[in-house]
Design a protein around this ligand. Structure first.
Ligand code: PGA
Length: 255
């Protein structure tokens, strides 16, 4: 059985009291047969790390600097995240690409910086609605994925996590159909096979309005290794149910 990976993305939400409550409730219900992390805002990394320490829940961040240290006011390095026992860091989320102007090249440099610090970058790729409607999905993905190989050597490329997040499905309540998701995941797996020795070992997640009721079908897809969960990661019962769906899918699945 291949364990699925469920990564919660809290985005810019939470406060100390709510974090404590949410994590207590998640830890109460979290099944064992799934790898699970929550990516939290920088100021709460210490708090969250101390709450989840010794449990199965791992901690992630939502961004990092492409630079390792120095005069970069306001930036947070991979080494700083590692210092807080952070395991995962989301890189290239569409909100960062669209709202903060992160280019494919910058995303790739950030992924490389994460790897240098011993973190697992969860590299997000995906098309906008316009790009889907004009038939540009493969072209967009190839551009976003292709940028990674300019910055990351073959040996390290196998250590990243990829997340397919169609921009039109994020926070919209609009989930891509199972067929649409599997088609893209397979495309990404095939691309990986051209780059690394064991493309099957690289985890590819799906993200975009995944909730408890849609998770099972998504996680059961042949090339889905788990999910990147936004809104539903802020509600303990939803998030736990998504994790349970991941366990069910990995018990039944081929992967
Ligand atoms: P969503 O967010 O689940 O709220 O659509 C996913 C994400 O942005 O990673």
């Amino acid at each position: 059985m291949k364990r699925k990976l469920v990564v919660g993305n809290w985005k810019m939400n939470g406060d100390r009291a709510r974090n404590q409550l949410l994590l207590n409730q998640v830890l109460d219900g979290l099944p064992e047969e799934v790898d699970c992390a929550v990516c939290v805002p920088f100021p709460y990394l210490g708090q969250v790390q101390s709450i989840v320490s010794g449990t199965l829940l791992q901690v992630g961040a939502q961004n990092l600097s492409e630079f390792d240290s120095g005069a970069y006011t306001g930036e947070v390095s991979g080494a700083m995240l590692a210092d807080f026992s952070v395991q995962y860091v989301i890189v290239g989320h569409s909100e960062r690409r669209c709202l903060f102007g992160e280019s494919d090249a910058m995303v790739a440099r950030k992924a490389a910086a994460a790897l240098r610090a011993g973190l697992k970058p969860v590299v997000c790729v995906g098309e906008t609605l316009d790009e889907r409607e004009t038939g540009a999905v493969c072209e967009v993905l190839l551009r976003q994925l292709g940028a990674l190989v300019n910055e990351i050597d073959v040996a390290s490329l196998g250590k990243i996590v990829l997340a397919y997040e169609p921009v039109w499905a994020i926070g919209t309540g609009r989930t891509a159909t199972a067929e649409q998701v599997q088609e893209v995941l397979l495309f990404m797996r095939t691309w990986l096979a051209g780059q690394v020795d064991d493309a099957g070992a690289v985890r590819i997640l799906y993200g975009g309005s995944v909730k408890a009721d849609s998770a099972r079908a998504i996680f059961s897809l042949p090339d889905a290794d788990g999910g990147l969960i936004g809104g539903a990661s802020l509600e303990a019962s939803q998030f736990v149910e998504v994790c349970e769906a991941a366990v069910m899918a990995s018990r039944l699945g081929v992967r």
